[in-house]
Design a protein around this ligand. Structure first.
Ligand code: SAM
Length: 260
């Protein structure tokens, strides 16, 4: 993958929206259009596209938060939390005083999340808020952990989102990001390419009525910084002890950093 494909923002006020370059100030609106159109089928499509693999990745990711199982208080901020997969898994696997705020920019995704949280009777422990990862509506040093799963790729100014993550964490707080990354296993990478560019858009057309949002999904993955480049951006935002754990040969990766 070339450095060029790693660039999310380009010079001259444009930003990548999948493989296209669009005016930087229009990108977030286009992303929001994608998620408002897929919100109702988001969970179903995740299972279909990944063959359920995203569930295993998310289970590993949530285990890394290290939330207390006893009655110690703990506050998680799950940014780009969408339909609530991370916040729900976290609440179900932690003690009664472990709470979460789920923030997402899309009202449609939040609505799906709200319905799921209510159905599980977890409203008292998970609150949902509309907010942009680049300018979070929370005070400094408010959270013990910050998670973002399959969200950061959609943000126009990743550096701004990382700085916000650092700002809202307490000293000693942990940053965790689950995101698609660069597949590093020969043959698996070819299979993954075929699946991404041939299977997923077709699945989108058949199961969700349109292939376009899913084309954005696979293209935006290829434009996202690889493991090392993204780790560098996390360090740049002020995090320490930054580490990366590849999942399924690097198809996805968990990046971790600490505010020390
Ligand atoms: N975290 C959930 C999961 O793992 O299933 C949802 C991930 S979904 C692929 C990406 C989410 O990012 C969408 O809900 C979208 O609305 C949200 N998003 C995109 N840009 C955002 C931004 N700038 N700030 C906050 N959320 C954003």
């Amino acid at each position: 993958m070339s450095n060029e494909t790693h660039e999310q923002n380009n010079k001259g006020g444009t930003a990548s929206f999948g493989f296209r370059n669009v005016p930087e100030d229009e990108r977030q609106g286009l992303v929001n259009g994608v998620f408002s159109s897929v919100a109702a089928r988001y969970d179903l499509m995740n299972d279909l596209m990944s063959g359920g693999l995203h569930r295993l990745w998310k289970a590993d990711f949530v285990a890394m938060i290290g939330a207390p199982r006893n009655d110690q208080p703990f506050r998680l901020l799950d940014v780009a939390g969408g339909t609530g997969d991370i916040a729900l898994r976290y609440a179900e696997s932690s003690g009664p005083n472990a709470t979460a705020v789920l923030a997402d920019i899309s009202p449609e995704m939040l609505e799906e999340g709200r319905t799921k949280v209510a159905a599980k009777g977890l409203d008292a422990r998970i609150s949902l808020t509309q907010g942009n990862a680049e300018a979070l509506p929370f005070p400094d040093r408010a959270f013990d952990a910050y998670t973002i799963a399959f969200g950061i790729r959609n943000v126009t100014h990743i550096d701004a989102a990382l700085r916000e993550a650092h700002r809202v964490l307490k000293i000693g707080g942990r940053f965790l990001c689950l995101e698609f990354s660069e597949c590093r296993v020969p043959l698996l990478d070819r299979l993954y390419d075929f699946h991404s560019f041939e299977v997923i858009p077709r699945l989108g057309r058949i199961a969700a009525g349109s292939g376009d949002p899913y084309r954005y999904l696979v293209e935006s993955i290829r434009r996202f910084p690889n493991q090392e480049a993204f780790a560098g951006m996390i360090r740049e935002a002020g995090f320490e002890r930054v580490s990366v754990r590849n999942l399924t040969g690097g198809i996805a990766a968990i990046h971790s950093g600490w505010k020390l």
